[in-house]
Design a protein around this ligand. Structure first.
Ligand code: FAD
Length: 413
């Protein structure tokens, strides 16, 4: 049986980031990834906060160097459209310190760039290897049963296991850690398009979030890339979609019901087959246990509306790695107070804003004509991913502050 200091399940952003950091620290790290890269993944709009973690893990240079070749688009904010009302947030005006710009990426290429850069730092990655069983009951090491593409089965042992398996949710499923999300079951239908947009009001440096013309809880993302293509998706409760129709029909029917967006996309053509994802919101009872911790989507996933998924994944990796190193060094970190609670605090900030987006309170703020520069900077910070910055009053007291701000916006209208 092969032994490693750390085995990581999954070579997505969380796994690559954690693997690079642990390898740089001199640990023997194996990442097992069931697919072969490049492979499609959803989650294409990054937030500026995540650039900090990519830099710390030594992965940012590779991203910057290869961005243009892969059509990654410079991103400096988020634009919103509801009927004929347009508004935007520029992340470089944000309240919190840290990077203010990032990229919109094609995940097949992005994930491969990160994984290759992590491998250059010493991370061993085995593609086409699936984790089937885990045993974390041992005092000295964790055991994993894996199988490869040729059907070969073998066992690995590790001082620590990081589950970065994303929607694969390996540990939550195998160790019965799953807990229902408090969000309703929603669906997303999406595809890539050649957008052919000529409207000068469309800013390619920003993701465009459009609210459906008559269904306030249905929204679209339009994530432009630098090569003239874009990612287009619609999100809503599952019952808003017709199960008897294709993903493409569901997507384009909703677009047609939203005239401003339909007009913007009048000349666009799909460049790949549309697909749908349903019921992606997920949670777990615990983010850690004996010799293991959950990173990124293997833990909790909220909702795509604020593009927070990759940022949470990278932040979780950056928070877990120092604790793993201490544990391998014989210390006993307190995973509850040093990892789970502080990580969940930021996720909970996003949760409050996501909830308020769907019940309309945050939309009242976003689409208000009243803007105060200081408050806008604080909201911009959260939209840029800085949901852990307790110096921001909208992070420290999100629910109360948001409700007060919404009242002020409504009074001023
Ligand atoms: P992943 O990127 O999912 O990587 C996990 C890896 O683990 C995969 O490569 C998988 O093959 C591997 N794996 C799974 N099971 C096993 C196994 N048994 N053995 C070995 N390997 C395994 N996020 C954003 O930041 N911006 C967005 O714009 C955005 N849009 C989204 C839109 C939708 C509709 C959805 C559903 C999500 C969106 N997200 C977005 C979220 C984003 O997709 C995820 O948060 C992000 O990919 C999580 O990264 P990760 O590293 O945790 O997992």
């Amino acid at each position: 049986m092969e032994h490693f200091d750390v085995v990581i399940i999954g070579a997505g952003p969380a796994g690559a980031c954690a693997g690079a950091m642990l390898s740089k620290a001199g640990k023997t790290v194996l990442c097992v990834e069931k697919q072969h890269f490049p492979r499609f993944s959803i989650g294409e709009s990054l937030l500026p906060h995540c650039m900090q973690f990519l830099a710390d893990a030594g992965l940012e240079t590779a991203l910057q160097q290869q961005a243009a070749a892969h059509g990654f688009q410079f991103k400096n904010g988020a634009a919103f459209l509801k009927n004929d009302f347009r508004t935007a947030f520029d992340f470089t005006d944000k309240f919190s310190p840290g990077p203010g710009t990032t990229f919109q990426v094609k995940r097949a290429a992005f994930d491969k760039i990160l994984a290759d850069a992590a491998a250059e730092q010493g991370l061993q990655i085995r593609y086409g290897v699936t984790v089937e069983q885990v045993d974390v009951s041992g005092a000295a090491q964790a055991l994993l049963n894996v199988s490869d593409d040729n059907g070969r089965q073998y066992q690995l042992s590790a001082g620590f296991v990081l589950d970065a398996s994303g929607f694969g949710r390996v540990f939550p499923k195998l160790l019965q850690l799953e807990q229902a999300s408090d969000f309703p079951v929603r669906q997303a239908s999406f595809c890539h398009i050649r957008d052919n947009i000529t409207d000068p009001r469309f800013d390619r440096n920003k993701i465009l979030i459009t609210v459906h013309s008559s269904l306030a809880d249905v929204w679209f993302w339009l994530i432009p890339f630098s090569d003239g293509t874009a990612s287009l998706g619609v999100v809503g409760k599952q019952q808003r979609f017709d199960a008897s129709q294709s993903a493409a029909d569901n997507l384009w029917q909703h677009v047609q019901q939203t005239p401003e967006l339909a007009q913007l996309l009048a000349q666009s053509e799909p460049v790949n087959e549309a697909q749908s994802l349903t019921g992606y919101a997920a949670n777990v009872r615990t983010l850690y246990g004996n010799r293991f911790a959950l990173l990124g989507n293997a833990g909790e996933f909220l909702d795509p509306v604020f593009s927070s998924g990759v940022t949470i994944a990278l932040r979780s990796a950056a928070m877990a790695v120092p604790l793993v190193l201490r544990q391998l060094n014989g210390e006993q970190p307190d995973w509850e107070t040093e990892y789970s609670k502080p990580l969940r605090r930021g996720i909970d900030t996003f949760r409050i804003f996501v909830t308020a987006w769907y019940d309309g309170r945050f939309q009242d703020v976003i689409f208000s004509r009243q803007r105060q520069a200081k408050v806008t900077a604080m909201i911009s910070s959260i939209l840029a991913g800085y949901a852990w910055d307790q110096a921001n009053p909208y992070v420290a007291e999100p629910e109360r502050r948001l409700n007060v701000l919404r009242e002020l916006c409504l009074d001023a209208e």
